[in-house]
Design a binder for this molecule. Sequence first.
Ligand code: G3I
Length: 320
Amino acid sequence: MPDAPLRDLAAARGLLIGTAVGPHWLDQEPAYAATLAREFNCLVAENCMKFMYLEPERGRFDFATADRLAAFAREHDMRLRGHTLVWHVQLPEWFRAREWSRAEALQVMETHITQVARHFRGQVFAWDVVNEGLADDGAWRRDSPWFKAVGEDYIEQAFRLAHAADPDAQLFYNDYGMELGAAKADACYRMLAGFLARGVPVHGVGFQFHLGAENRLDPATLVPNLRRFRDLGLAVHVTELDMGIKKPITDELRRQQAEEYATRIRICREAGVAAILFWGFTDKYSWIPSFTKGEYDEPLLFDREYRPKPAHAAICAALT
Ligand code: G3I
């Protein structure tokens, strides 16, 4: 059977299938825009909705690039995820340059969240309100400037501010490494269960799923891990799926990658994941080669010429 567009298969199953996008390629590369429009029913900004880009100077907001992405989503009947309101990375120089008191940092957070969430109200259906607030062992990430200035309640403060600014948006906590590490996933579960018990407006959890193709995820442990969040009443999104292959890359490794992609999609379906987003779609543009200093490559579904790879066919089969 020839590959079908992913969005057709996903829509038939009530699933959102999406990708991270760099808006500058939309205009520069017809094949980028065409592949995106054909295959996906959901988008997220890879970078342009992060703090340093939206508020480059304190109190001055620049929405132009992100608006371009939102317009593309509208034109092509795609949902838009927002990434991310509060993170310890990609903060503007004016914020990183000094220490902030608790009151000042909360003021900065309130202005940013309020302006951004209001601007995208009705366009962004789900926000990653706080990204990567937990350390790998499940403790608070203490090197975050937000943690340092505000203390451990900064996460719930962010959720309350986001809800006030856009009461209709689904609000997510998003993190990596919860697919493998029990301690971090357990800590996240306890944190979100506590939020719900105290009436903090949280509606979902994002599992990033950045793991090389050599990691064979086990449905027997991962499905219950994901499901317990749903049992709390939360939506579960897989937000940043990619799968670098360790070099030297062979056809056999590409085949194994395809198989592992299919496994991960089946895990998502079995666990009732509502949205699956890849962290990019063409191997031409991925953070993986530079981040791994050339050790890994070819992490995505389309090659550098936008031809579907074996991974694409395997995902189609897993969605059918
Ligand atoms: O904007 C500058 C540009 O002016 C300069 O010429 C260029 C040269 O290197 O760098 C550009 O900034 C880069 C930025 O992406 C935008 O392209 C940064 O160097 C680069 O470090 C940054 O990387 C992004 C990374 O987040 C930052 O930590 C990746 O593209 C992006 O894929 C990645 O995404 C994160 C998610 O937000 C959260 N989860 C993990 C995921 C992967 O790290």
